[in-house]
Design a protein around this ligand. Structure first.
Ligand code: AGP
Length: 364
């Protein structure tokens, strides 16, 4: 991959469009069909050590933190290790308890974000084991970590991260599968996840083909002053990342909430001028998500759903292909990257360099 725009008007558009190849790259050479597992060469974590891990704490900022939130869910689902993600910027200021049975994972596209690097250095000082999930090879965080994996997304130039988010989540799925298979994930489930991972590049291409419809939708919602993004469990970090994408690049205020929290406050915001983007995967929470959309419709809110089938309660639905339940979050964020892009385009924003932001925050 070169740094030229390859016929695209912006790096953001180029980078969104490259996601099928990028995912193909993070998977390449790592899948072991014979044992329904994956090999992550640089992890530097012996199976015996990995079996002793009692908790996983993931640290990152912004989009990388959101990727870590999906990563934590994947690790809990596939490896059954308690896991959570926290903004690295907060972690390092709160004198955290550093536990020898916890594995720490630092996530960063650039590998240079100061808040993440400082958290890693503090953890190392206190004797913790830290893995890095990083895009830029040889970057400071990659060098400081005890081991880890590169996400192989290729160069990301746009300040707004897109393909790197997707690849980071796929890298977490690989880590979760690896940990699961040396703990208690069955061969059948390992195969199921591997088959799902292999379907991702083709499904990403299908999503990218729907860009003309997403562009039309973006024009219809670009007049909003504020938007609410909702999801439940697997859908919630997708909602958070999509809301960050929209606000960074379009400057429309956006807020993400778990759909289950609507009645605890945000329902008061609902009115025709406050549209909601709802993440509605076809999983065991489908009916709950439909009920949330009903609540919003009853208050005259406009709804754009991202779902696996057309949602009657929504004004519009972006239909995405279904994968395994655990891997669906990887796909559901992609149309919303295009939605943010086209909203920003409709509003004439400086897409590759949004005001006040830098690609890599290397200072406090
Ligand atoms: C992403 O769209 C943002 N520009 C920002 O949140 C970014 O993800 C964050 O600053 C962390 O960067 P990193 O992944 O390079 O560490």
């Amino acid at each position: 991959e070169s740094y030229d725009m390859g016929g695209h008007d912006t790096y953001m558009h180029k980078e969104i469009s490259e996601q099928a190849e990028a995912v193909d790259r993070v998977l390449r050479g790592r899948i072991d069909d014979r044992f329904a597992t994956v090999h992550l060469g640089g992890l530097n974590l012996e199976p015996g050590e990995a079996r002793r891990v009692r908790r996983i704490k993931i640290l990152g900022c912004g989009t990388s933190y959101h990727a870590g939130q999906i990563g934590a869910q994947l690790i809990e689902e596939l490896a059954r290790i308690p896991a959570d993600a926290e903004p690295a910027s907060e972690f390092r200021y709160r004198n955290p308890v550093v536990d020898p049975d916890t594995l720490y994972v630092a996530v960063s596209q650039s590998g240079e974000t100061y808040d993440v690097l400082a958290a890693v250095q503090e953890l190392k000082r206190k004797g913790a084991r830290v893995l890095g999930i990083v895009n830029v090879v040889g970057s400071a965080i990659a060098r400081e970590a005890d081991g880890g994996t590169y996400v192989h997304a290729g160069p990301e130039v746009c300040v707004v991260s897109t393909k790197c988010f997707t690849n980071t989540v796929v890298a977490f799925a690989l880590l979760a599968l690896h940990l699961g298979r040396i703990r208690d994930l069955s061969v059948a489930d390992g195969k199921r996840i591997i088959d799902g991972l292999r379907r991702l590049p083709g499904q990403i291409d299908e999503i990218l083909k729907t860009e003309p419809e997403i562009k039309q939708l973006a024009k219809q919602y670009a007049d909003a002053r504020s938007m609410l993004f909702i999801g439940r469990v697997r859908g919630y970090p997708v909602a958070r990342e999509a809301s960050l994408k929209l606000k960074e690049v379009s400057y429309i205020h956006a807020e993400a909430y778990p759909a289950s929290e609507l009645k605890h406050g945000p329902l008061a915001l609902i009115e025709p001028a406050m549209p909601t983007v709802a993440i509605v995967p076809d999983d065991d929470l489908l009916e709950k998500n439909r009920a949330a959309m009903e609540e919003i419709k009853a208050r005259s809110g406009r709804i754009l759903a991202v779902a696996h089938q057309v949602q009657e309660k929504a004004d519009h639905t972006i239909v995405v292909p279904k994968n395994e339940d655990e891997l669906d979050p990887i796909l559901m964020g992609i149309p919303l990257q295009l939605f943010a892009y086209h909203t920003a385009l409709a509003l004439g924003r400086d897409i590759d360099k949004p005001r006040n932001l830098a690609k890599s925050v290397t200072v406090e």
